[in-house]
Design a protein around this ligand. Sequence first.
Ligand SMILES: [Fe+2]
Ligand SMILES: [Fe+2]
Length: 474
Amino acid sequence: MATTDRRGQPRGRRGQPGGRRAGPRAIISSKNGARVRAGAELSSAACGELASGTRVTLGGRVTLHDGTVRAEILSPVRGFVTERCLRAGPRPAATGRLWAISDLHTDHAENWDWLAKTLGGGRFRRDGLIVAGDVSSRLSVLRKTLELCAASFASVAFVVGNHDLWKERGEAFASAAEKREAIDRLCASLHVHTRPAYFSGCVVAPILSWHHQSWDTEPDVTGWENLPKAEQCMSDYYRCAFPGLDQGRTRERNSQLQSLLSRPFSTRLDMTDESVARFFDEANGPLSDDVAALRAAHPGAPLVTCSHFVPRIELVPEKRFLYVPALNKAVGSRFLGDRVAELKPDVHVFGHTHFGWDATHDGVRYLQPCLAYPSERRVRLTTVAAGDFPHAKGPLLVFDGSRFPARYVCGWSSFYEHNERRPDVTHVVPDYVARAYKRVAGVGEVGWGDHVEMPAWRYGPSTAFDSRRVQTHA
Ligand SMILES: [Fe+2]
Ligand SMILES: [Fe+2]
């Protein structure tokens, strides 16, 4: 621990607590005062103590408590440290309800405003939250968002999405794996769970994953020309750096390299095959053992798993219904599907496709609570929404402490309750898709297919049809 001055404040360069010149600080109280620590990711050690009531001026706007006891105040902080608002020791786990949200994309100002308004007021302070990836490619925005979530909920679990690992200009990370490690450290500093944990009466288990093209086992669209490939329209293929990418190397050569290099990620990883997806799956480590230990410690507790990507093909629309049919080759993971099948959770929360979803397959309830882009909420809220989320104020309720909520009405998952999945129909595309491509005469057809009760958006929640609610809240 660093030395302190006569007021108990840590000595540091340029008078900054902890010797840091800039960057966010966290304050954690002890019984009679507050310990102060500093660091860009709030991860450095505690470095001094302040007497209760000491004025703390660290710059920036005030981020203070809402009248309730908080384990941490996340900075920047300007105000008085009092025992009333600060408490020593680790944060107690959530005992209230469990909520979920995916695809926050808070680099969009509307989404940040939605989140800040929605989480304000302290009504979630006993609850837990699952954040199922795609917050922002900018680490500063991700940090700000997770800080807000951690300050608003007693417990938060987070699993990274593809956007979170996109390379941003000026970033020093050599690979998406390095960026994920930095995000893991950020989460640890905020007490955000990235590994299985027990809170809100549930065992909550984040599962790392990445998409691979072979996950899509359904036939491609026929009878239409100029359809782009996944790697032509998914930014992941060029914004996620995977050093060593070399299509010409064989797996044998790669394994030789891997044995020579201390950093496994320096070997070939290719998003057009399964190697990146396998790499992320292996990064889960002893996930099953960790979950088993928690379930043994909390018998009877429901298991809720979460991922950013999609574990089952039944959880996406057939590709002929997509503006870009090839997107189904960049959304799911068989490795993830195997994990979910092995763990058999009560609920699995996922994201990525920006389609609200609530469906049960093989005894597992799958929920997608996507906030999505502001433009998507304006244009097609009926296929984004899950019940009253996101146009009502709050994330999606997953568990109320004693039971799971009734099924949420969602456009696409409700569509498939009324219509059989027909991947064998490959040449019939809806008009909104047909407008983007060139029809092969005599083959391609425009429509939804025989006996299909269409369109999908007619099945969306009735509240999502009122666009005024969206515009006032978004
Ligand atoms: Fe997203
Ligand atoms: Fe995503």
